[in-house]
Ligand binder design. Structure first.
Ligand code: PMV
Length: 344
């Protein structure tokens, strides 16, 4: 039995603009998906999902996407969970050159589902890692991240960036620009997440930004300004923790938090101008700012879902928990370690 766990993520800066070639900086958070893989003697795949913010279920099928298992839970939820597990199993079979390998898979997750926190990427990364290790063919991290990206790309019909899967594999803060992904050093940023219980339609939101960009030069300029802002934020992080410095994971200075917070506020304003915020997200952002957070912004595609704020004190989490429209508020430490083996 092999058990691996992989973290979710927030966007410190740069979502949406990353679609147009600007850099983005996602950061892994200590909320993880845990996948257990036990090879079987036949080619069947049995999936047990214990907690994916959805009712638990167990399905067994002979493998291969398209099989719709006969279970009594809502189709979209099963399909969402199954699609990712299925794609992870296919990648593991391919990587280990074991096309008929069967598995008993168990998925547990404390990452809210479909809320811009990278829950599906975490399941795919932990799933491929656990399944390839169970077959005695562990992958190096770059290949794991690449295969996880391909799995997401397939399930999401080409609507996937490398951000979530790379960040979940490597941990820490990462920089993504097109196909170039690298880890960047970051201090232990005090993230607080607010979740409105919903989710936006990523495809629709991305398309909306695309249309605005086509129609108005100032919308295209807004996207470019987000890129400038990301580069400014990156430089701040780099100055705070020079590459290879042992201070990575150390406590950030108050000046750095103030400056990063200001950029997050700015980033949220630009995203709102591009039409991807929502009343619930704005309410949570303002509640965080009023509580004294250094800064706050929506994270991910927007339209609903999560905001991320910077605050080392409890004030933001408390304020969010009393904010109308906020279903869940929690502290989310930077996950300096990406995917890891819990049981070999
Ligand atoms: O909501 P998420 O975490 O899947 O992030 C979407 C990020 C976008 O930049 C809006 C789209 C993308 O694929 O990069």
């Amino acid at each position: 039995m092999t058990v691996c766990e992989a973290p979710g993520k927030v966007y410190l800066f740069g979502e949406h603009a990353v679609v147009y070639g600007e850099p983005a900086v996602p950061a892994a958070i200590e909320r993880r998906a845990t996948v257990t893989a036990e090879p079987r003697s036949d080619d069947h795949v049995r999936v047990e999902a214990e907690d994916l913010s959805l009712d638990g279920f167990t399905v067994e099928y002979t493998g291969g996407t398209g099989d719709r298992p006969d279970v009594d839970v809502p189709t979209p939820l099963v399909e969402a969970a199954m699609g990712y597990v299925d794609a992870a199993v296919e990648q593991a079979r391919d990587a280990a050159d074991a096309p008929d390998a069967g598995f008993d898979i168990t998925v547990e997750s404390d990452i809210p589902l479909g809320a811009g926190l990278g829950s599906s990427a975490a399941v795919v990364v932990a799933g491929i890692d656990a399944a390839t290790r169970a077959l005695g063919e562990p992958l190096d991290r770059r290949e794991l991240a690449d295969r996880a990206y391909r799995a997401e790309y397939e399930v999401q019909d080409g609507q996937a960036s490398r951000a979530d899967t790379f960040c979940s594999t490597m941990g820490g803060a990462v920089r993504v620009e097109g196909d170039d992904c690298e880890r960047i050093e970051a201090p232990n940023l005090p993230f607080v997440v607010g979740f409105d219980g919903g989710a936006g339609d990523t495809g629709e939101l991305v398309a909306g930004v695309g249309e605005l960009r086509e129609e108005y030069e100032f919308a295209a300029d807004t996207v470019e300004s987000i890129g400038d802002l990301v580069r400014t934020g990156e430089a701040l992080l780099e100055d705070a923790v020079p590459a290879g410095d042992a201070a990575a994971g150390a406590e950030p200075s108050p000046e750095l938090l103030a400056e990063l917070g200001e950029l997050m506020d700015f980033n949220h304003g630009l995203l709102a101008a591009l039409g991807v915020s929502a009343r619930s997200l704005d309410a949570m952002v303002w509640a965080a700012r009023d509580a004294g957070a250094h800064g706050a912004k929506l994270t991910g595609a927007g339209g609903g879902g999560c905001i991320v704020a910077l605050d080392a004190s409890d004030a933001t989490e408390t304020a969010l928990s009393f904010t109308q429209g906020c279903e869940e508020a929690f502290r989310a430490e930077l996950a300096t370690e990406g995917v890891r083996v819990v049981e070999p």
